[in-house]
Design a protein around this ligand. Structure first.
Ligand code: FES
Ligand SMILES: [Fe+2]
Length: 406
C-alpha cells in the first residue's frame, strides 16, 4: 500500500518546523562528524543538520566546540575563522569565541568591553564523543543521556568510521538498509563472490526468500531471516533497527549503519565497522579506511547512469557496478529521486521491513506530538546469527542467547 502525501511528508521532511525534525532535535544526540575529522587548532568544519548550518572545531586542548555557522556579529562563516588558543576568531572583525561558548574578545568594542562580550548572543551546543563520533545536542531542553551504543568503547584500531554525504533524503537510506530482499538481486555479484570462497555470509545473503519473523521492542525491531536446516535446527540471521537511525547488521564482527538528515535532500551516512574481540578483518563489503568519503563512487549522476557499465553487465556483472556493493546502494537510492515518491509505490510481501520502519517513525513522531514519547528499550543483542534447536523461539531472549553462533 502506497502512503499518502501527508504521511510521506511527515516521515521525510525535517527542515524548519517539520514535526520529524523537531522530534529528532528534541530527543536525540546527533552524530555531527567523525572524531578524527577534527584536529586541534586545525580548520573548523562545516556541519549541516536538519537544514541548519553549524561549525565544529577541536580546540588547542582537544575539546570540541560547536556553534551555529554564522558569526553572531554579522553572519560571516565561522568555518573561515582562525582556530587557536582554545577559541575561534572570526576573520571579519576579530571577535573571539571560546570553545565553551564564552565571548572572549571584541576588538572593535572599546567601551564596556567585558559587559558587551557578555551580551553577545553566541549559541553553543553541548558535545560528547564516543565510538569515533562527535555527537551534538541540538535540543532546547536538558540533554538526554548519550546511549552506550555497541560501537562505543572499542579500541581505536578495532573501529573504522566512514562518513559519506548522500544526495537524497535520509529515509531512503534507512529503507534501503532494512530492505533485505534486494541483497540477492542488486548485490548478486557480491553474493556470488562470497559463495565462491565458501564464506558463511553467502548462506544468509544468498537465501532468496527466507521466512521472516519480527521481534518488536519499544523504539525498534529485530528481524530474523530464518532457514530451516536438515537437522531440524533453524539458522536465524538477525538484524536490528533502533530509533532514531541505527541499523545493526551481523557482518565481520559488528556493523552499524547510521543515516542522519542534513536537510530534506541530503543525508550523512556513517558506516561503523568494529570488532570488540580483535583486529578488524579485511573488508569485502565496505571500504576499510577510516575516512571522510568513500572512494569516488558518487561522482557520476543521472546523466551518466551513476557510473553503470553496460558492457560489464553483458559479461560478468548483474547490476553493472565494478566497485563495492555500496556503490550499487547509492546508485539505486539516488535514482529514486531526492525524496522518493511513496504515494505511487506498488509494494509486495518482501517489503515488510520497509513498511515496519515507516510505522516505527510515524508512531514515534505522533506519540511525541501527543506528549507520550516512546522510551527506547533495546535488547542486549541487536544483530547476529543463531542456530536454534527445535522448540526454541529465537525471540525468547533468555533461551536464545545460548544459541548465538556469530
Ligand atoms: S562578522 Fe564576525 S566579527 Fe564581524
Ligand atoms: Fe544494499
Amino acid at each position: 500500500m502506497a502512503i499518502s502525501r501527508a504521511t510521506q511528508d511527515l516521515l521525510t521532511r525535517v527542515e524548519n518546523d517539520a514535526p520529524m525534525g523537531q522530534y529528532l532535535r528534541e530527543n536525540f544526540w546527533f552524530p555531527a562528524c567523525r572524531s578524527k575529522a577534527l584536529e586541534a587548532d586545525a580548520p573548523p568544519r562545516a556541519v549541516r543538520l536538519l537544514g541548519r548550518n553549524y561549525v565544529a572545531f577541536r580546540a588547542t586542548d582537544g575539546r570540541v566546540g560547536f556553534f551555529p555557522e554564522g558569526c553572531p556579529h554579522r553572519g560571516v562563516s565561522l568555518t573561515l575563522a582562525r582556530n587557536e588558543e582554545n577559541a575561534l576568531r572570526c576573520i571579519y572583525h576579530g571577535w573571539k569565541f571560546g570553545v565553551d561558548g564564552k565571548v572572549l574578545e571584541v576588538p572593535t568594542q572599546r567601551e564596556n568591553h567585558d559587559a558587551f562580550c557578555k551580551k553577545v548572543p553566541l549559541k553553543h551546543f553541548p558535545v560528547k564523543e564516543g565510538g569515533g563520533l562527535v555527537f551534538v545536542w541540538l535540543g532546547s531542553g536538558e540533554p538526554a543521556q548519550l546511549p552506550d551504543y555497541e560501537f562505543m568503547g572499542i579500541p581505536d584500531d578495532q573501529l573504522h568510521v566512514t562518513y559519506q554525504k548522500l544526495p537524497y533524503n535520509w529515509l531512503q537510506g534507512v529503507e534501503g538498509q532494512v530492505d533485505s530482499a534486494h541483497v540477492t538481486q542488486l548485490h548478486k555479484d557480491l553474493v556470488q563472490a562470497f559463495a565462491a570462497t565458501g564464506r558463511p555470509e553467502a548462506m544468509a545473503a544468498g537465501d532468496e526468500a527466507p521466512e521472516i519473523e519480527f521481534d518488536d521492542f519499544p523504539g525498534g525491531f529485530r528481524y530474523g531471516a530464518i532457514r530451516n536446516l536438515a537437522d531440524g535446527r533453524r539458522y536465524v540471521r538477525m538484524t536490528g533497527y533502533s530509533l532514531p537511525w541505527y541499523s545493526y547488521i551481523p557482518f565481520e564482527g559488528g556493523t552499524c549503519v547510521i543515516h542522519v538528515p542534513e536537510d530534506d535532500t541530503t543525508t550523512a551516512l556513517y558506516m561503523m565497522r568494529y570488532n570488540a574481540d580483535g583486529p578488524l578483518k579485511p573488508d569485502h563489503l565496505n571500504p576499510a579506511e577510516d575516512a571522510d568519503n568513500f572512494p569516488p563512487y558518487l561522482t557520476a549522476g543521472r546523466e551518466d547512469r551513476w557510473g553503470q557499465q553496460r558492457d560489464l553487465m553483458k559479461r560478468t556483472s548483474f547490476a553493472g557496478f565494478p566497485g563495492h556493493a555500496i556503490q550499487e546502494d547509492f546508485a539505486v537510492a539516488e535514482s529514486q529521486g531526492e525524496i522518493a515518491d511513496r504515494t505511487t509505490e506498488f509494494l509486495n510481501a518482501a517489503d515488510h521491513a520497509v513498511v515496519r520502519v515507516r510505522k516505527l517513525y510515524e508512531d514515534a513522531v505522533m506519540r511525541w506530538l501527543d506528549g507520550n514519547p516512546v522510551a527506547i528499550e533495546e535488547p542486549e543483542v541487536l544483530a547476529g546469527g543463531l542456530m536454534v534447536p527445535e522448540g526454541v523461539d529465537w525471540r525468547d531472549r533468555e533461551k536464545a542467547s545460548e544459541f548465538v553462533v556469530h
